[in-house]
Design a protein around this ligand. Sequence first.
Ligand SMILES: Nc1ncnc2c1ncn2[C@@H]1O[C@H](COP(=O)(O)OP(=O)(O)OP(=O)(O)O)[C@@H](O)[C@H]1O
Ligand SMILES: [Mg+2]
Length: 326
Amino acid sequence: METIDAKSVVLITRNEAMRRVIRDIDRVAVSEASILLVGETGVGKELLAEYIHRVSPRCGEPLVKVSLSSIPAELLESELFGHERGAYTNATEEKKGLFEMADRGSIFLDDIDDVPIQMQSKLLRFIESRELMHVGGTRSKPVDVRFITASKVDLKELVKRNIFRADLFYRLNVVPFPIPPLRERRDDITLLVEHFNRLFQPAKQITFTQAALKSLVDYPWPGNVRELRNVVQRVVLLAEREVTQNDLPIELRLGGGDSMNLLIKECYRCFQEGTMSYEQVLTCLEHNLISTALEKAGGNQSKAAKSLGLSLSTFRDKLKKSSTAS
Ligand SMILES: Nc1ncnc2c1ncn2[C@@H]1O[C@H](COP(=O)(O)OP(=O)(O)OP(=O)(O)O)[C@@H](O)[C@H]1O
Ligand SMILES: [Mg+2]
């Protein structure tokens, strides 16, 4: 089975690692445990959060989604916890917070890695006591929510750098799920292409040439499934009957060496934005150099080593390191 359809949440995957994630999610979703989804942008964290809520016993109650990075820091507390009338100059009425709106249901806290440290202690207090107080209020109120959180980066790294509270991390990280990037589950690409093709062009039977499909499968997809969805939407809407390699955006038409160039740029961007550490950038590049060389050499390690100008033993060491890092 490649399509998982839980009450209108459609998840497409045939990838073994991803199916394992979903299998584990199915087991944990029925409990009350907090779930942390960790993955790059566009890997499907929000979709999985919806899936978790739909298959959980709370599915009849609301799922409230909060993008923590899009709420200005000074408004965060009153948005999450609500406020009393008169708490601020223009607070003319009492306002419920997002946690109260999620009462009996689930709350999806997206971009938890962006929460300011002062807010982290307030979140922790709420998670521990399951009671909250409106801003400007004097009485606390019990609120029953299930936490699903998402992060683009490994929170452990932020804990090490003292920008994320360790105690909050342990509360949220009860069951962590790392979601693999699309370039690590290339067997999902053609399935997703078919899915988005049907979704955006249901009336026409658009086909992709083999060469076009190969370019789609080979591309590193830094924006993951969201980027793939956008590309497929664009090309199938413009197509008459067939999508050829020439119909694809320029970055997808560039083969081999140039895709490495793009990868380097992407890694550098991740480094500048702070989503990858220096070490992670190097590991990612090395991993890609090694796996591309091996792929090009048809799996022949001696040939691959030679193409990189490495001795076979150094190549093997790096291959071992790279396969444990990925
Ligand atoms: N396995 C999948 N099957 C079908 N559609 C998917 C799958 N994974 C992701 N998508 C689609 O890809 C898009 C991006 O997914 P989503 O918004 O869940 O990613 P995200 O990890 O939350 O990204 P961000 O970190 O940028 O918020 C959505 O339109 C979603 O429906
Ligand atoms: Mg998201």
